[in-house]
Design a protein around this ligand. Sequence first.
Ligand SMILES: *Cc1c(COP(=O)(O)O)cnc(C)c1O
Length: 463
Amino acid sequence: MRYISTRGDAPAIGFEDVVLTGLAPDGGLYVPETVPEFSHAELADMAGLSYAEVAYRVMRGFVGDAIDDATFRRIVTETYAGFNHDAVVPLAQLSHNHHLLELFHGPTLAFKDIALQLLGRLLDHFLGQRGEQGVIMGATSGDTGSAAIEGCKPCDNLDIFILHPHERVSEVQRRQMTTVDAANVHNIAIRGDFDDAQAMVKASFADQGFLNGTRLIAVNSINWARIMAQIVYYVAAGVALGAPHRAVSFTVPSANFGNLFAGYMARRMGLPVKQFVIATNANDILHRTLADNDFSRRALEATLAPSMDIVVSSNFERLLFEAYERDSQAVTDLLAAFADGRAEIDTAPMARLRELFASHRVDDETILEVIREAHAHTGQLLDPHTACGYRAANVCRADATTPMITLATAHPAKFEAAIKRAGFTGAPLPDAMRELMDLPEHYDVLDADLDTVQRYVARHRRG
Ligand SMILES: *Cc1c(COP(=O)(O)O)cnc(C)c1O
């Protein structure tokens, strides 16, 4: 399997390189040159299989000969054995033909675990084969940092450094990172805000001399392996609800669009999907683009669903590439116009998008109302991100006879402040996480100074 860039000006590379690389050198994102397709019979055969087995079958074609079958099967089985639900991604029924796909049973209680648990192990495997050590650096405003740390914790060939803004993340979020006790996990609290932390990570990628040749690796949501791992639960949920014999629809609380693009890939692989609904919070670039053809930046708004607070939706470029029928020049021109302020999508690609996608924007006040409404109607306590999805599904669904699957992207206990504002007494942490508040923390506080941070990283990495 080979991967090409959406901007069309970078050489095609294999799976191993795509996992180690991230962004293509021409500034584009890697996509598979061809998409493996399942027959009706192959999809029907997946009904009733374990999540790990479905994962193996769905991802096998994207990996190609980069990893042998037995090794890849072992990696996938180990990855999902650590989840605290036997079904990995259980479905709960909300109402007639409306289902909730619970993606929060991983170690940090958000859907990012599903991809990052796999990505850490894939990186470790490839680095081990090359006899290399790698260093991961990332900045986090909350969720991604802990999921990346948990994903890298078991990896012999990786050190991970996560920068978070000192005293500006919630206690649960900080403790999910800092209570991890492993020699290769390094937490840095930066005296500054998220942008200061992010700027130092970016500068470190731009000039990697401080690592003396050690490979610096990004695990952000544009990494193809993260998308690949997320395709699996669309197939698993679709098959559980009757695909390929009947079609299903999905609603996805969206930000960088990695999650939803994975759903689009599941459809391209043969899963019959009637409709995708994009749910956004007040940071509504995806909704404005689809509803008003207003593809432009707006100022960031801090909302009750902070993991969806974005200005640019990076993975949307992958969908544009497909909507433009893989015309990389058209995509490059469109993104240049976007970088200048505002772009408009052409008529034919826009029509293709609107045939399959609907969208809805949910503001903070409505999030609180939906948490109450969903609880009253279904007995489920939804986290604020999932609440955006619940409302969007009800507003946008095209027909009531097709099962609608709304993706639950986080456990409500992660966002207890919003749950309380909605009028509930709280949302208890699951048993597996109760000890979080008692464990000792490990982190250092550093000034927002590039040289200080880089010297820290160079000194603390192993090997
Ligand atoms: C990251 C995240 C999202 C957004 O997912 P994208 O793949 O960026 O669209 C939604 N909800 C939660 C809880 C998240 O952590």
